[in-house]
Design a protein around this ligand. Structure first.
Ligand SMILES: C[S@@+](CC[C@H](N)C(=O)[O-])C[C@H]1O[C@@H](n2cnc3c(N)ncnc32)[C@H](O)[C@@H]1O
Length: 216
């Protein structure tokens, strides 16, 4: 399939694509090992067994790998080339594309399940990404995404953001991005998903446990 949807129109998108490509190997080793704790819950939510499943912003392919174990027929898509390269090695049985969640290079109604883990906050126009996921789903298909809860109820985020604010240099020329914790609000998830056509929307809080090695 040819894909011209990776042409960059938005400085934030370009930033995301370049930075995730730059850190792909480290992300795979240090972050995806932890964030993949939510993968089974995502697959339970869409009932992945044996389904044609699209993993949007698949990163290095951990969720795709878990879906393959449930005998899903897996397609993955990510904007960052090096993330996709690692996903391809992890999941040789799946098909991966380099492309944009807001402009999916797939025909309408192709998938029975669409999943998207911890990536909705990385899209400048998340409504558009959700609408695209709705479009590529068959009628009656299921969609699940995860996102971070805000620091007020998430000690890990409070620690990271607090440390950056205290010790980091905030005077950087970065493209402005969407609000980090918009979808950490139950009501906002329900509102946007319903507005894009989804029914029977439900929101669940999932734990992630981050264990650090003792500093030497
Ligand atoms: C935090 S990572 C999550 C990756 C993976 N879902 C996981 O849970 O390990 C966010 C991912 O979103 C991808 N991404 C950012 N903007 C994107 C876009 N517009 N379309 C597709 N992928 C995008 C990044 O390249 C990155 O792989």
């Amino acid at each position: 399939m040819t894909d011209d949807s990776t042409s960059v129109h938005d400085p934030f998108k370009q930033f995301e694509r370049d930075r995730f490509s730059l850190v792909a190997q480290k992300y795979d080793e240090a972050i995806a090992t932890v964030t993949s704790q939510v993968d089974e819950a995502i697959l339970d939510a869409v009932g992945a067994s044996g389904l044609r499943l699209l993993d949007v912003a698949c990163g290095t392919g951990w969720l795709s790998a878990a879906a393959l174990k449930r005998e899903a027929i897996v397609t993955g898509l990510d904007y960052a080339e090096n993330m996709v390269a690692i996903a391809r090695v992890r999941c040789p049985q799946a098909s991966f594309y380099n492309g944009d969640a807001e402009n999916l290079p797939f025909e309408s109604g192709q998938f029975e399940a669409v999943v998207c883990s911890l990536s909705i906050l990385h899209f400048p126009n998340p409504e558009r990404a959700i609408a695209e996921s709705f479009r590529v789903l068959k009628p009656g298909g299921r969609y699940a995404f995860t996102c971070w809860t805000p620091p007020t109820c998430n000690p890990f985020m409070a620690l990271i953001l607090g440390s950056v604010q205290t010790y980091g240099n905030m005077d950087l020329d970065l493209p402005s991005g969407p609000p980090l914790f918009r979808f950490g609000e139950r009501g906002e998830c329900e509102r946007v998903l319903s507005a894009e056509g989804f029914t029977e929307v439900s929101v669940t809080e999932l734990p992630i446990k981050w264990t650090f090695s003792t500093p030497k």
